[in-house]
Design a protein around this ligand. Structure first.
Ligand code: FES
Length: 138
């Protein structure tokens, strides 16, 4: 049965930032994309690279040769091994979205006062009643 894990204080990961955590033996990257949080397995579906350590970028669009532009900046993650790109919001591969995706975990923002009622596991820090925290289920 999945457990809830407190993995960060809500203000700890700035927009555009990330935090790598180890939860229940899994490496997971927590990303803040324009104020929304996403948790992704740090394992590329291609050959197992440390995907969550990759470059956060946008996606190149083109209407023809020599005409390209970057769109959706900060929403894509490029694997540091062979460069496959994934949509952070959906976990889907940009090139093969129907069959290749990263494992995702739900992230919720919860108030410290609610967390003390449990059950949850605080990984690395003290939970204060008046703070907000990121909680994932693994
Ligand atoms: S291991 Fe990620 S692109 Fe190959």
């Amino acid at each position: 049965m999945p457990q809830r894990h407190v993995v960060a204080a809500a203000g700890e990961i700035a927009a555009g930032g990330r935090k790598l955590v180890n939860v229940a033996g899994r490496e997971i990257g927590i990303f803040n994309v324009a104020g929304d949080y996403y948790a992704l397995a740090n394992r590329c579906p291609h050959e197992g690279g440390s995907l969550c350590e990759g470059f956060v970028t946008g996606i190149a669009r083109s209407d023809g040769p020599n005409d390209y532009r970057m769109e959706r900046k900060g929403e894509f993650l490029r694997c540091p091994w062979h460069g496959w790109e994934f949509d952070i919001r959906t976990g889907q591969s940009w090139c093969d979205p129907q069959s290749v995706r990263i494992r995702q975990f739900a992230v919720k923002v919860e108030h410290g006062e609610d967390l003390v009622k449990g059950p949850y596991v605080a990984e690395t820090f003290e939970v204060k009643l008046d703070g907000d925290y990121l909680v994932i289920e693994v």
